[in-house]
Design a protein around this ligand. Structure first.
Ligand code: ATP
Ligand code: MG
Length: 427
């Protein structure tokens, strides 16, 4: 890897055409303050890449020569976050600007046990460096471009502009080494491929099989965050299409059948909802990813346990299988369990429970889930139930009453539970 300080390629504002108007004023406020205090401060990473591609960046990250503590002292509304990778968050209302200190690439440190484990995984990443070094420690060339707000220039130390023009994702340095340092980078490769429509360096694709087992060493909370970024950013369908046939899929989702129609449908629908600014929840995604496994376990336990018990056992196990890889915050696993347990009730539509099911907080999600199942399973009885609930929601209360009555006549009467009369009771 060439790391001799060399002059970066510079593009003037006139050459790259990005105007300051397209940049978050809060990010510019941060860089202004830092430069006034005598530090170097530039925009970096995804925001510069996206600006050059003509895409509106979702957030603006700042890189600076100031240490996190110096940033903390300079901005009243700031706090330090992260241990492995310490950065400052500067708050502007609901907007947060991430400010990271220039860091060195750890591959340049002759193998240092304090920083790497035996497999090459980076344990700590808080060795500060120069702007030039900061460029080389980043993952992809197109993610290592800087925008200097003072001169208006874009700076390229690693050939990122050339790769950007060629729609190419390439690691800075040896793919194998960079992936060993941090295997999550391979998921980032898939994510940027999906988001940007870039092609992956074949040397990266060649690393998929060897990288899959390395994900086991990554903290489950970090993998959950990465999964959210893959599927909740508006390009989930593409991300799943890339992931499903790869060995990374089983490593990330050990109990999800990669070819599941339901998953594909949901990913596409998630993208559509995001495009329409409709809310999306990871709970729904969890419900979809673990559905097949939940069903199989329910059937297995139903042999020996009562149905409700079988469902509860199956739900706990399906969730815990996934939790061995990615954490699942409790609110999302509860969401999934509610959606699953409502499926049977939505299908049977027992007259006496229709209105209770309809008033359940998760009714809407469970109904959506049923509709996706109907579309993906090609099962006429599920399609019939989904259509029934569609009509039910569109009806006025009287018509609903009639729908329920019609069902009542087809359903067996509830068996009277025999109550043991206590002889001593007065009635
Ligand atoms: P987006 O915000 O569009 O998802 P991004 O490129 O900004 O993409 P972030 O996760 O916000 O991605 O990271 C910001 C920058 O930090 C990246 O562009 C990259 O330069 C660097 N970076 C992030 N994660 C890593 C990593 N695991 N290894 C090396 N560099 C990284
Ligand atoms: Mg970013």
């Amino acid at each position: 890897m060439s790391e001799q300080p060399s002059e970066p390629t510079r593009l003037s504002a006139k050459q790259h055409g990005v105007t300051r108007k397209r940049i978050d004023p809060n990010a510019l406020d941060v860089t202004d303050h830092l430069t006034d205090a005598g530090f170097q401060a530039l925009l970096v990473g995804g925001c510069v890449r996206d600006l050059l591609l003509g895409v509106q960046p979702k957030d603006f990250d700042v890189a600076t020569s100031a240490t996190p503590e110096e940033v903390r002292r300079l901005f009243r509304r700031s706090r330090l976050v992260g241990r492995r990778f310490r950065i400052a968050h500067v708050r502007y209302g609901r907007d947060i600007i991430e400010v990271s200190t220039f860091r060195k690439s750890q591959s340049s440190e002759a193998h240092d046990e304090r920083l790497h484990d035996a497999s090459g995984l980076i344990l700590r990443d808080n060795v500060y460096g120069s702007l030039h070094e900061d460029a080389f420690r980043r993952d992809f060339t197109v993610n290592a471009l800087y925008y200097d707000p003072v001169s208006g220039e874009v700076l390229d130390f690693v050939g990122g502009l050339k790769d950007l023009a060629a729609n190419q994702l390439r690691f800075i340095g040896e793919p194998r080494v960079r992936i060993r340092e941090d295997p999550v980078r391979i998921l980032r490769a898939v994510r940027f491929q999906a988001k940007l429509g870039f092609s992956l360096d074949p040397a990266i694709v060649a690393e998929f099989p060897q990288t899959a087992p390395l994900l086991a060493a990554i903290p489950s909370a970090r993998l959950f965050d990465e999964v959210l970024k893959l599927f909740m950013s508006g390009y989930a369908a593409k991300a799943w299409e890339l992931l499903a046939p790869s060995p990374l899929c089983a490593a990330l989702f050990p109990v999800t059948p990669p070819e599941a129609n339901l998953v594909q449908l949901t990913m596409a629908n998630t993208d559509a909802r995001i495009a329409e600014n409709k809310p999306v929840t990871p709970g729904f995604l969890i419900a979809v990813l673990l559905w097949e496994d939940y069903l199989a376990r329910t059937a297995m336990y139903a042999v020996t346990s009562r149905p409700a018990e079988a469902r509860a056992l199956a739900a706990s196990e399906a969730v815990s299988m996934q939790q061995q890889v990615t954490s699942i915050p409790r609110r999302f696993s509860h969401f999934a369990r509610d959606v699953w347990s409502l499926q049977g009730r939505l299908e049977t539509r027992l007259a006496r429970s229709v209105s209770r099911v309809y008033q359940h907080v998760r009714f809407r999600a469970a109904y959506d889930f049923l509709v996706f199942r109907a579309a993906s399973d090609h099962a006429p009885e599920i399609a019939e139930a989904a259509a029934w609930w569609t009509t039910y929601q569109e009806c006025d209360p009287e018509e609903r009453e009639a729908m329920v009555d019609a069902r009542r006549s087809t359903q067996p009467k509830r068996k009277r539970r025999r109550r043991r009369r206590s002889k001593s009771s007065g009635n």
